[in-house]
Design a protein around this ligand. Structure first.
Ligand SMILES: [Zn+2]
Length: 243
């Protein structure tokens, strides 16, 4: 018997309204904008845009996790994380088509995308859309600024807990796949340091981490170990997206 393939738009888990920016639009703008979007699978390690190269699309994830990464000769560090709460393609909103950071998929998921030209028109014709994107840009800037302070001032264990909480929020799953190498790259430290930090969180009964799979066992406990940066970034985002 033939089984009809559901299109992405028909799958509730991956409907455009699963992206919080799209979901916050007034109905008329939501309909206009989503009619110009195409589904785009976010597969781990896919580069959405390369550093200092033209950005061809704006992306609105409905699941998964995208990292904004700054790569230098000495190594690469994550400077921002984007999931279903946001969008990727900031320069397209701010009058440019590139930036010095790369956007790469860290955890597999789904998204919708729109070409740079169609995005520019959509921003021009839809004031609520433009306002939400502006406010999310500020949230993203604040996230990056908080990360700078966090990386300089807070312990690796706290930062590891913070990153796991941010990822837990974005994935909306109790368990997700993340290798030691990816975690070290996201925290900007070498692998042995990650082993140490993850080991401490595991011994404290907060996570279970085996064969690249992280399971959040005690969310409250993880919040207790995380530095204040998690809550500062989260509450700032909520204020901006609701305002
Ligand atoms: Zn911190």
């Amino acid at each position: 018997m033939a089984v009809r393939n559901l299109s992405v738009t028909e799958t509730p888990d991956h409907a455009p309204s699963r992206n919080r920016i799209l979901a916050a639009l007034p109905a008329a703008e939501f309909d206009r904008i989503t009619s110009g979007l195409e589904p785009f699978a976010l597969l781990v390690n896919t580069v959405l845009y390369e550093a200092n190269s033209p950005i061809t699309h704006a992306y609105f994830p409905t699941s998964g996790c995208v990292s904004m990464v700054n790569a230098l000769d000495e190594g690469a560090v994550e400077v921002g994380t984007i999931g279903y709460e946001g969008w990727a393609g900031l320069p397209l909103l701010l009058g440019d088509d590139r930036m010095p950071t790369r956007a790469i998929v860290q955890l597999t998921g789904e998204s919708y995308r729109i070409t740079a030209a169609a995005f520019a028109k959509a921003v021009e014709k839809n004031p609520a859309f433009a306002r939400l994107l502006n406010r999310h840009s500020l949230a993203l800037y604040n996230q990056a600024a908080q990360s700078v302070a966090c990386n300089r001032l807070h312990t690796l264990e706290s930062r590891c807990a913070r990153w796991l909480l941010m990822t837990h929020d974005r994935m909306r799953l109790e368990e997700f796949v993340i290798t030691h190498d990816s975690l070290s790259y996201m925290l900007g430290v070498h692998r042995p340091a990650v082993t140490l930090a993850a080991g401490m969180l595991q011994r404290a009964g907060l996570i279970r981490y085996t064969r690249g799979r992280v399971r959040v066992v005690n969310r409250r406990g993880l919040e207790g170990v995380s530095c204040a940066c998690y809550e500062i970034t989260r509450s700032n985002y909520e204020r901006l997206i609701r305002g």
